[in-house]
Design a protein around this ligand. Sequence first.
Ligand SMILES: [Zn+2]
Length: 411
Amino acid sequence: MVAVRSAQKIMTTRRLYYDDAFLREFDAEVISSEPAVHGDGRRVWEVVLDATAFYPTSGGQPHDVGRLDDAEVLDVRDEGEDIVHVVDRDFEPGRAHGCISWPRRLDHMQQHTGQHLLSAILLERFGLPTVSFHLGREVSTIDVRGGEPAETILEGAERAANEIVFDDRPVTIRYGTAEKLAQLGVRKEVERSGILRAIEIEGVDLQPCGGTHVKRTAQIGMILVRQCSRIRQDWRVEFVCGRRAERVARVDSRLLRGVAKRLNCAADDVVAAADRAVCERDAHFKSAKLSLQRLAEADAKLTLQEQAPDVHGLRMVTRVFQEDVQPEYLSQLSTALAKAEGTVALLARIPCGNLIFAQHPSAGKDMDATLQKVLEQFGGKGGGARDAARGKLNDAARGGEALDFAKSLLG
Ligand SMILES: [Zn+2]
């Protein structure tokens, strides 16, 4: 059935969630059903009802999902007067039964009401107004404007918000003109005219809002502020409420116990133990580097003793390494060899195809030019200067051949 929605423009979808955000099922009249193409390319229908409990994406809160009769509700959009339900089958005129996926909606209401509370406290107690809100799949965020919220502020806001949760205060819906709401304490400028909807958390907050909220603060569940980071000129505060808080607390605890086990310490000591481990790692790294350098120097000394310069005072050392030698060793050995007068070092490492050519300036060759000719012949990339150049062969196994070729060029 395809009705032309424009002919039905006088209809306005009644938003059942405005007065009862805990309504999970409802019956309504199908006003129109039009074919469309979903974002993923799927054929879908856009259905408008005379009333709905499905919340459309708006005000930072994502849409509900669920079923309309036996059709799946994939998306819900707010189009001014109408609420459009994107479903996976066509509808005839008549009654339809809607059923909202409750775990998702309750989760959204916990995060959203938690946001009202957290924003109110950050403003009232710490002078940080909220400029935007995003309810994400894993965490929710509010962007606040002002000075950087210190850890003590974030902790203070979290504690104060949870106090209100423990107080189990009522969360009520108020209606009134902008003027009336301003008298009641709404400080936000509202551009819309007529009767507005506002949400009151007793003694804490009164905000114009068209979203869905829990009935009492205890239903928000625990509020956990996760972290705060700079975002353009504002501060992005990440938080989780309710079931999400339960989940992240459990994951945090499991991670902490895992790290403590690896570090062989108590959970309370992980930071100190991690500091020690990092210090030890850095010290070992330094000492290994120094040992490698000493080894390269001894290796160079021995090599130079064994191989005397030729009649022209030139000494060409070639060496092909396998994987038992670290790549850094080539660079250290080439440096040590090139300290000796008239010496040219041509080194390769087979597993990676690395080449290092280096010379003492008195040898009078051009390492970069030699490397370029080798790379032209064997394929690869690299570069450098007259006294030192490094490259990488496309075919790592040809390191030995490449050195022979380089030697023939310099000989
Ligand atoms: Zn709200």
